[in-house]
Structures are given as C-alpha cells and as structure tokens.
Design a protein around this ligand. Structure first.
Ligand code: NDP
Length: 451
C-alpha cells in the first residue's frame, strides 16, 4: 500500500506489514486478528477511512535493541539480546511488560506491544502500549545469576524509560523478584526513586493486589460473560493452563466463585484432578512455582492428581470453561474441537493470544463466547495504572479500594465489548474489543496531527 493510496483495504494494510517485515509471523497474526474487525468499521466512517492512519497504527514509534552481557556462577560470560518496543504513546506514556524467555524476538514483542496499545486503551486509563524483554531463560538459574542479569538488562534500558515516558512491568519470566532487582538497579544508576516500574514490592511503592490483578480480573470478566449468556459460574468445570502468575490467581478466584478447576500446567505437561483443585492444592502449587521453582509434575506426590504430557485441552474432560493462561498459540483448532465436543460454554484468554486464529474461528462458528486477552486479561495493566497513580500522589490505597476499581474497570471493558460487538443478542468480544480500543487511539492520533 502506498502512503498516498486513498483506498483503505485490509489486504493492503496486511500486505504492507508483511513486505516490510517478512519474518514476523506473530506480529502479522496479531495485526490480522485486530484489523479484520477494525478496517471494515473504519472504511465506513470518513473520519477514519485513511490508509495513512493505519500505516501509523501498525508502525512502532521506537524500537530499542541492546546487548545484555552477564556472567554465570561458573564465571562463564554470556551475551543475551534485550529489547523494548515502544509502540504508541498517543494516549499516555508507554506501558507494558518485560518478558524473559528464550522465544523472545522482535516478532513476538511487536505482537505483544501492538496488542497492548488496544488493551491499554480499553482500560480507560491514560496509558500507551509497549513491550520488552530478552531471549534469556531464567529456568535453572541461581538467584545471584538472575540478579546480575537484571542489573545488566536495566543498565542497557534505563536511559530509554521513565515515569513520564515508558513504565515497564512483569510478564513471563519476570515476577516480583526480577522487578525488585530491575528497580534497584534503576534507582542506583539514576539516583532517583520513582514509579518507573510497576509490580514493585509493597514496601517500595507497589500496589496491593497487583500480583492478583490479572487472574482476578480475568474471572471478573468471565463472570460478566457468563451472566450475559445466561450461564452460571457456580459449579462450572474449568480447564486452566499455565501455573505462573496469571494461572495461579485465576485458579484462586475461580475456586472462590464456586467453580471446579480441573487442571493447571507448565511447559512439561499438566495435572488433572477430577474433583477439582482445593485452596490447599493451590497453596502447594504456588510454593512449588514461586519459591522452589519446581515442575508441576511434582504435584503428583503431594496430592491426589494425575500428570500428563502436553496441554489440558485434549484431555477429553467435560468442561464448561477454558482459561488459557500460559503463552501464545497454545490452543489450536484440534484443541478447540475437543473442547466444543465436551460441552464448552465460554473461553477467556488469560494469556496474550493463546488461541490460534483457526481455534477462534471455530468458537465463533459454534457461537461460543470468546474473550480475547486484550479485554479479559486487562486487569493486570489496569492495576499497574492504579500503581502509577498511587506513586504520583505518594499514597497507598487499601485492598478494598483497588479491588473495587478493578471490578469497575473489568465491567466497563465488558460494556465496551458489548457496545461494539453485539449483534442479534450475542456478543462478538473480539470485534467489540478491537473497535472500542481503536476508536480512542485513532481519535488521539488524528487530533495530534501527523507525528
Ligand atoms: P509466568 O512466567 O508467571 O508463567 C508462565 C506460565 O506459562 C508457566 O506456567 C510456564 O511454564 C508456562 N509457559 C510459558 N511458556 C510456555 C510454553 N511455550 N509452552 C507451555 N507453557 C508455557 O507468566 P505470567 O503468568 O505472567 O504470563 C502468562 C501469560 O499471561 C503470558 O501470555 C503473558 O503475556 C500474559 N499476561 C500476563 C500478565 C501479568 O500481569 N503477569 C498480564 C496480562 C497478560 P514453565 O514454568 O514451564 O515455563
């Protein structure tokens, strides 16, 4: 698509992105998932019907790539690659997590940052979208190695972030321990104590309920979805994947709401418990994953459950709800078919883009309510936004206040999805979230001129 083209077409927008960066499949997938709904909407409205607006929307403002040298406990020197993709600061300073995982590359980070722009817009808070990280695997590394890595990573990044410009948070492989080390190094290098990261410990400016926020928010959103479809949360059988931050608190809230959580997983396999996991089982899993950094398979020796290789989706268990909370593209079309055959009522993405496009198509075809991550998992970044507010005014809010705000934000996101995604009594959450997220960002872009 030329810059001067006057015709807005989905294929041309996507073709331009494919031509510019041919080796970024995850980014192209994320573009298609959003723009398939947004482009037809924009094409019918003169104010948005401009190809140049879409060139801007799909091109990051800035990408920073840097070398991260670190030394392991045996004295071996390593070089990892660090990144920060600042996709859009048009509605607020850039905001989005950092991921430490061997699969991190520009395609993955551009997809995550692009999604983050729409997600942050949906929250109603003044936050632009970004994502960053490194192709470093924290698995099996000692505490001292993690600390040295975080310090070196922040040394490469600190000059490009700040409380008014870009405020990173955690993601896969970056939890409260890593955020603590990153914050410490930022404070040391800059000599400032500021709200430059969210997900901090409560003792140094973190918000209460930030660790819980993504998982809890996911369940608040899911309850709204089930209510809208006339279905009950109480007693529903749930399959959860992952056993990290999002999965743990999704499981906790699901149990509290009366659901029966049948599974959790890690990258080796999954555990399955027909009677449903208890709070005590979850306590064990949290200690195993957060303190001992062990594998989910070890649950077999601790309580009555079975362990299998693979993901929980093809287990063949009767389940009404699927909450994928591990990673992108972890639930494919075959998984979707198995879930549908076994009584699936709704799917809500705790992870970012965990369902493949073919899987999502099947959910739509069978009229199964499907909530994309940018809506369903927005609770985490929302409470990060609240952490920024608390840091700015140097106050800490109570758990009750933060939880009330989280409830309100998830309810508002559900209403936005309904406003733009409802036809004939059923809600297309993918369409509603994409269009509602787009409008705020596009309006701000138009108002701010060609910058
Ligand atoms: P964690 O690192 O805490 O946990 C990730 C979990 O997913 C672990 O159980 C991990 O298993 C599993 N996992 C990671 N990669 C793979 C893979 N390739 N195949 C199978 N399992 C895998 O991350 P989070 O819980 O923070 O994040 C999970 C998802 O939620 C991500 O998509 C993230 O972008 C998204 N998200 C997170 C938010 C947050 O606030 N943390 C906010 C919004 C979205 P193992 O231990 O074996 O690596």
């Amino acid at each position: 698509m030329s810059e001067n083209s006057t015709e807005l077409s989905l294929e041309q927008v996507l073709e331009r992105a494919r031509m510019r960066d041919p080796h970024q499949p995850e980014f192209h997938q994320a573009l298609h998932e959003v723009l398939q709904w947004v482009v037809p909407f924009a094409a019918s409205r003169p104010v948005y019907n401009h190809p140049a607006l879409f060139s801007k929307l799909t091109e990051p403002e800035r990408i920073i790539q840097f070398r991260v040298p670190w030394t392991d406990d045996d004295g071996q020197e390593h070089i990892s690659r660090g990144y920060r993709v600042q996709f859009s600061s048009v509605i607020g300073p850039c905001k989005g997590g950092l991921r430490f995982h061997p699969s991190v590359n520009l395609s993955v980070l551009k997809f995550l940052a692009f999604e983050q722009v729409f997600k942050n817009s949906l929250t109603g808070l003044p936050m632009g979208g970004a994502k960053g990280g490194a192709d470093f695997s924290p698995k099996g590394r000692s505490d001292a190695e993690i600390m040295r890595f975080c310090q070196s990573f922040m040394t490469g990044l600190y000059n490009h972030i700040g409380p008014e410009t870009d405020i990173p948070a955690g993601d896969i492989g970056v939890g409260s321990r890593e955020i603590g080390y990153l914050f410490g190094q930022y404070r040391r290098i800059t000599g400032t104590f500021s709200g430059v990261l969210t997900g901090k410990g409560e003792a140094f400016g973190g918000s209460i309920l930030r660790p819980e926020a993504t998982g809890y928010g996911l369940l608040y959103f899911t309850k709204e979805m089930l209510d809208a479809a006339g279905k009950q949360m109480d007693g529903i059988r749930v399959l959860i994947s992952g056993s990290g931050n999002v999965a743990q608190f999704a499981c906790r809230k699901a149990i509290e709401m009366g659901a029966k959580v049948l599974s959790m997983s890690d990258s080796d396999g999954y555990i399955f418990k027909e009677e449903g996991l208890t709070d005590e089982d979850l306590d064990f899993i949290m200690e195993l994953k957060n303190e001992k950094r062990g594998r989910i398979k070890a649950c077999q020796e601790a309580f009555a459950c079975s362990w299998y290789e693979g993901t929980p989706w093809r287990h063949g268990a009767k389940a009404g709800l699927a909450l994928p909370c591990a990673t992108q593209n972890e639930l494919d079309a075959d998984d979707a078919r198995t879930l549908i055959e076994n009584g699936l009522l709704a799917v809500a993405e705790g992870a970012n883009m965990p369902c493949t496009e073919k899987a999502v198509k099947l959910f739509h075809k069978h009229q199964i309510p499907f909530a994309p991550g940018k809506a369903a998992n927005a609770g985490g970044v929302s409470v990060s936004g609240l952490e920024m507010s608390q840091n700015s005014i140097r106050m800490s809010w109570s758990a009750e206040r933060v939880d009330d705000e989280l409830h309100r934000i998830m309810h508002d996101i559900h209403e936005k999805c309904r406003s733009f995604g409802e036809t004939d009594g059923s809600i297309n959450y993918e369409k509603g979230a994409a269009i509602a997220g787009f409008i705020k960002v596009a309006d701000a872009m138009i108002a701010q001129g060609h910058v």
